[in-house]
Write a protein that binds this ligand. Structure first.
Ligand code: 9YT
Length: 129
């Protein structure tokens, strides 16, 4: 059994900051934990916009704090995000993720699992191992 706390992630290699400063991801479960998925808490900083296109991964996201929105790149459709909202990128949907006036705290699951220090490539994806 694995039991961890978010505070234990801070200051370790399981805490990853976006290169553009838009978010911090605390990766409670990674590939090396052998669960078949990775499991993170991500804080999206207020007032930021991030282009994301997970070509190599599926991601499900659940908002526990803060408010923001997703804009789908292809259609321009906008979905509001607030505590209690889940979205799943089941079509590898290319999108913009925006946090409004407060930081947004999200719980995220990736399949296949991230291996550790991934940050977004220029095209908005994470690499496969
Ligand atoms: C929601 C989202 O994809 N945010 C970017 C960071 C990502 N969740 C991660 O690496 O934890």
């Amino acid at each position: 059994m694995i039991v961890r706390t978010i505070n234990e992630m801070k200051g370790t290699d399981r805490e990853v900051f976006a290169e553009n400063g838009n978010w911090v991801s605390r990766r409670l479960l990674l590939k090396k934990d052998d669960m078949g998925f990775s499991f993170h808490e991500t804080v999206i900083f207020a007032g930021t916009e991030t282009h994301i296109w997970y070509k190599n991964h599926l991601e499900a996201v659940y908002c526990v704090e803060g408010e923001g929105e997703i804009e789908l790149y292809d259609s321009g459709e906008i979905f509001e995000i607030k505590p209690g909202t889940m979205y799943a990128l089941n079509k590898h949907d290319r999108h913009y993720l925006r946090a409004h006036d407060t930081d947004m705290r999200l719980v995220c699951v990736f399949s296949p699992p991230l291996t550790g220090g991934e940050v977004h490539l220029p095209d908005g994806s994470y690499p496969l191992e």
